[in-house]
Design a protein around this ligand. Sequence first.
Ligand SMILES: [Zn+2]
Length: 310
Amino acid sequence: MLRDGDVADLRWCSEVIGLPGYGRSSVVGQADRLGSIDSASMSQVFDLPVMRSSAWIFNCYIVDGGSQLAVVDPGLPIVARRALDLIEQTGEHSVDDIASVACTHAHPDHVAGVSTFTDRASCDVHLPLRCKSYLDGERPRTFPLVESTVRFLPMWGAQRFSGRAFAEFVRYGKTIGYGGPLDIALDFEPSGFVGHGDGLPGADGWEAIHAPGHTDDSTSFYHADSETLISGDAVVTLDGRAWFNPEYVDADSSSSTEELLRSKPVRYLLPGHGEPIHAPDVWRRASSFTEPPSGTGVLARCSRRFGTWS
Ligand SMILES: [Zn+2]
């Protein structure tokens, strides 16, 4: 049976096929041959041992570490529930194999789904190291809401809309994580914190990269062998291109992070928001955090017209 996320994945696949210069994922080929849609396999990200669960623009990645699974960004509860269903549907793993859930930063849309995982699985939960200071009383910096939101506008149309995800985004935005009126509020106890250079518990070969700018705790995960970056919100994707996030608390940090990430070869970019992309060099067509979005859509045009761009 097709659900919201499956249709969004289909759209993603067709967009990937239509993009000149972009690799055709083996998963798409498989669906073509079979002439049918397997909702679990269609959520595999290209030919990587990674699955994606999404609702609207909120992405969660499940990394298959062999005997164990590592989840990056549980997202909203609707995204987390879909991720748990996907794991069971594969038949290769069960939720008991989830070793850890890691969040790339503690914004509500990245941490609100944590307790959905911990309710079903006995897994560890890891937050970026900077969150330790937040829990000790440091007030997290947040970006200027209107200015940033106007720049970010086209992202709200980057993936298929889900009313349920929207409702959860509004609801949990006031109660979990940080941002807006909240210092930081969690409905779970973190088991540990991930700092620059640390691994991803449950999956070998991944390295945490502290990638501040969007927020001070922003963290990405890089897999050097496959040149894969799970970017969190340091980089988003729009119309098949990487875009260093134009929503930021600190332009200097964003600039340093952009330089650092561009120094690493990336063929697979798995963003917190937007469709995953695959290209020989993802950065070749990437836009800087200071560059307005391209595109003819009304949201992109509003962003260019009303956003502040340097
Ligand atoms: Zn986010």
